[in-house]
Ligand binder design. Structure first.
Ligand code: PEP
Ligand code: MG
Length: 839
């Protein structure tokens, strides 16, 4: 057995470690331990490969010596986690004139010629990076060698150690390349991630019938579907093939007997059964679904490699749940095995089959799912849109690492260039976002911020499109969508997460549709209903505008009287959908001018609708303008200066409470006051809301209770949480505004410089995406502690966009919060993360 600091021969007892030799080497050793027929294999450690990249070649003569003269070798990469990738496998190292002659005698000249040519091509193109066109089919070994010699100005090397040195060097250096580094870092690899290499003796498959009459070839097989994770033998076998050729060659056969064509099982039933047995044993003992690469040499089965079966997000969940259901792994481990963000891949909406599709253009379907949003042309614009809560689609010529934060902020990515492995596609899949890449017809004008395709209208920034990443289509406008299928293994996994998690997960839901979606994800209630979103409907908008333009209290009351039944109906629907679960309704938050038009046409239309002179409308809009609206007349400030709005909302909430409680489970509404900074604000609103509650009680003859709470969104509210909590049953930290105000950083403008800030390490991450535990978190700790000291039964929650992020869930659990609230689609991620932290 060969063991030097540089090489370790893989045997059942060798000291092979994943963090030193990589995942593939470790897996091969496990197979050896299970007494699987693994060929002779040697592992090179991360340190050895690093030294090779630095120009220090180990003693290859010793390495080659152990395989014996004339052996053909494969070299495979072995990184710590297979997700981090690695350079592609090189086969048939050791092929030279003498080996080709020997092979021709045993396997026939065709096999020998094909293998030799293939190796020269791979050595030239993959190792020495020569032009692939020079080595295209059909070509003979002689011509291939000539092409090599012409390019390299030296003879094709005949010595295995020389060939191996070049192969190892090129693989070691490829790992250090910028693209490889970026790709693996996007998968979570640390900057110093190492690469191991595995050198294995090849079981060359000779022509059938020529070598003792046995069957020879190579194949790849897996036992579950990569799309669904359900049991299904898929794979291919190529007679006389090598490596993974079977997956790409048309002449490949099925594994199991199949009416569609010839199959390995027809001629080698015992070997196929042996593969089934090997799979079963691997599943039990490696506790994983494995894909097996195998060869048959004269009928003898060798298992060359086994890797985690490639899988979609859906299959990942299916496989983990099946392993737990079969008792192979405990439920806890099934939960821990799934990175929370993987669930995004299951949650996608799709464009409804049969929906009207106005296809603007097509590209490569690079990441599945569909999304509708406003066109944005830069990462900064995407971040700004996201901060405003507007879904957007990032349209770029191609993307680069500087765009990452914008991609995080977008609902989908569309690129003019690139394919399924482009930066945009790889990152989008990682993030679970739909992506259409390589939409080559797109004509982008970055200066004018427009996009079009020949013969179609010009689209501007802000125009709505739908991206269907599953079909590779760009659709004009919003398309009708279907929600993802969330039953089966996904539902089971969520049930298990519910069993283990120890923090509540609620949803931010503004409309009955959102609430229905939240219910499908099994939330513990609604943690934030932003009531102003209920006014965006055009009918209501008109009444709202009438209210804003009211000349006197009487006119304003008349408009509010018309809004009241609409709000009441909204709340009845929400209460009924949530079936007695808590619903937190936030009173009106934004400044009033957000409801008024900005441009000339809009002003004219409004003047017409309200039967007012244009000048009067323009004046009113002007009067409502603020220099800094985010810090202006919004939230509770509006509630105190124009109290009729909050009064109307409180009345609508209480009347809905009475109606819904009569029909079903008693409702205890939670009313939340936004943007509080002083105790007196809470006292004033509380007095008014209490008065309305008494009025509704006596008018309806029904009793009910309610809980009044405060949103902690200003640093002062966090600092004064003690006195505020005296009037509040709950405090919910609105981390969007709290982040904005703690940093003094505009939610709407930060996108412009966020990339530069993060790139230069000023902020470790965009604090609007990932909660700033150090600063904002410290304020939250302070607020939570002061609040609970004043009122031990105080409910604490987090309801900003951060709520669904695993880091925030972790923070909130540790800080003793009762729940986090996030958008419905982030609920599964939050639930799974919560369970993982609790395990
Ligand atoms: C917040 O500020 O965190 C919040 C939830 O409110 P909004 O995003 O509506 O300002
Ligand atoms: Mg807010």
């Amino acid at each position: 057995m060969l063991t030097t600091p540089d090489f370790t021969e893989i045997t059942p007892t060798a000291d092979i470690r994943t963090h030193r030799h990589g995942n593939r080497a470790k897996c091969l050793q496990r197979l050896a331990r299970l007494e699987m027929p693994v060929p002779h294999t040697v592992a090179l450690s991360f340190d050895t490969v690093r030294a090779i990249a630095d120009g220090k070649m180990p003693d290859l003569a010793a390495l080659v010596g152990i395989f014996g003269p004339g052996a053909l070798l494969s070299v495979r990469s072995s990184s710590e986690t297979s997700d981090w990738g690695g350079p592609g496998t090189i086969l048939n190292v050791g092929m030279c004139d003498a080996t080709a002659d020997a092979l021709a005698k045993t396997h026939g000249p065709d096999v020998a010629g094909a293998v030799y040519t293939g190796f020269i091509r791979s050595y030239a193109v993959d190792v020495h990076r020569l032009d692939a066109e020079e080595f295209e089919n059909p070509i003979t070994p002689r011509l291939a060698k000539q092409a090599y010699e012409a390019e390299m100005e030296e003879a094709f090397p005949q010595d295995t150690t020389v060939q191996l040195a070049e192969v190892l060097r090129s693989m070691a250096r490829a790992w250090e390349g910028t693209t490889a580094r970026l790709l693996r870092q996007a998968q979570g690899a640390p900057a110093d991630a190492g690469l191991g290499l595995v050198v294995q003796q090849m079981a060359l498959g000779p022509a059938p019938g020529t070598f003792g009459g046995g069957i020879s070839g190579a194949g790849v097989v897996q036992f579950v579907s990569s799309d669904t994770g359900e049991p299904q033998i898929t794979g291919r076998y190529l007679p006389r093939g090598q490596g993974r050729q079977a997956l790409t060659e048309g002449a490949a056969q099925f594994i199991e007997s199949d009416p569609r064509g010839p199959a390995l099982e027809d001629v080698a039933p015992d070997q196929v059964q042996a593969l089934r047995d090997a799979h079963g044993l691997m599943r039990m003992r490696l506790r994983e679904e494995m894909q097996i690469e195998f060869t048959l040499m004269d009928g003898a089965l060798s298992i060359l490699d086994a890797v985690r079966t490639p899988r979609s997000a859906r299959a990942e969940v299916e496989i983990a749940v099946a392993l737990a259901n079969d008792g192979v792994i405990p439920r806890e481990e099934a939960l821990l095995r799934i990175p929370p963000f993987t669930l995004n891949g299951l949650l996608h909406r799709q464009v409804k089959a049969g929906a009207v599709r106005d296809v603007l253009t097509t590209g490569i379907p690079a990441a599945p799912g569909a999304a509708t949003g406003k066109i944005v042309f830069s990462a900064a614009a995407a971040q700004a849109a996201s901060a405003r809560g507007e879904p957007c689609i990032l349209v770029r010529r191609e993307t680069s690492p500087e765009d990452i934060r914008g991609m995080h902020a977008a609902q989908a990515i569309l690129t003019e260039r690139g394919g399924v492995t482009s930066h945009a596609a790889v990152i989008a899949r990682g993030l679970g976002l739909p992506c259409v890449a390589g939409a080559t017809q797109l004509q982008l004008d970055h200066r004018k911020k427009t996009v079009t395709v020949p013969g179609r209208k010009v689209f501007h920034e802000g125009d709505i499109i739908t991206l269907d990443g599953s079909a590779g289509e760009v659709l004009v406008g919003a398309a009708e969508m279907v929600e993802p299928a969330l039953g089966g293994a996904f539902a089971t996994l969520m049930e298990w997460a519910d069993e283990f998690r120890d923090i509540g997960i609620r949803a931010n839901a503004d409309t009955p549709e959102d609430a229905a979606m939240a219910q499908r994800f099994g939330v513990d209630g609604i943690g934030l209903c932003r009531t102003e979103h209920m006014f965006f409907d055009s009918n209501r908008m008109t009444v709202m505008r009438e209210m804003i333009f009211a000349e006197n209290a009487g006119d304003r009351a008349a408009s509010l009287d018309r809004l009241l039944p609409m709000q009441r109906d909204d709340f009845i629907q929400l209460f009924e959908l949530m079936k007695g679960q808590p619903v937190t309704i936030r009173l009106f938050d934004p400044p009033l001018h957000e409801f008024l038009p900005r441009d000339r046409d809009g002003i004219r239309a409004l003047a017409e609708a309200l039967d007012l002179p244009v000048s009067r409308v323009a004046q009113r809009i002007e009067a409502l303008q603020e220099f800094n609206p985010m810090l202006g007349m919004r939230g509770v400030r509006l509630g105190i200066t124009v109290p009729e709005i909050y009064e109307m909302q409180a009345r609508a909430i209480f009347e809905a409470t009475v109606t819904s409680s009569r029909k079903g489970a008693p409702v205890v509404p939670e009313i939340m006051i936004p943007l509080v900074s002083a105790r007196r604000e809470v006292e004033l609103v509380k007095a008014s809301v209490d008065a309305i509650a008494s009025e509704v009680r006596s008018k309806t003859g029904s009793d009910f209770t309610y809980r009044l709470g405060v949103m902690v969104e200003t640093p002062r509210a966090a600092l004064r949480a003690g006195e505020i909590a005296e009037h509040a049953a709950f405090l919910s930290f609105g981390t969007n505004d709290l982040t904005q105000m703690t940093y003094g950083l505009s939610r709407d403008d930060a996108g412009r410089f966020m990339s530069a800030y993060v790139q230069q390490g000023v902020y470790p991450e965009d604090p609007f995406r990932q909660l700033d535990i150090d600063g904002v978190g410290e304020l939250m700790h302070l607020g939570a502690e002061r609040g609970r000291t004043a009122r031990p039964d105080l409910t604490l929650a987090l309801c900003g966009e951060h709520g669904g992020h695993p880091d925030s869930v972790d923070f909130s659990r540790k800080a003793g919060f009762d729940y986090v609230s996030c958008s419905p689609f982030r609920v599964p991620v939050a639930k799974l993360a919560a369970a993982q932290f609790a395990i």
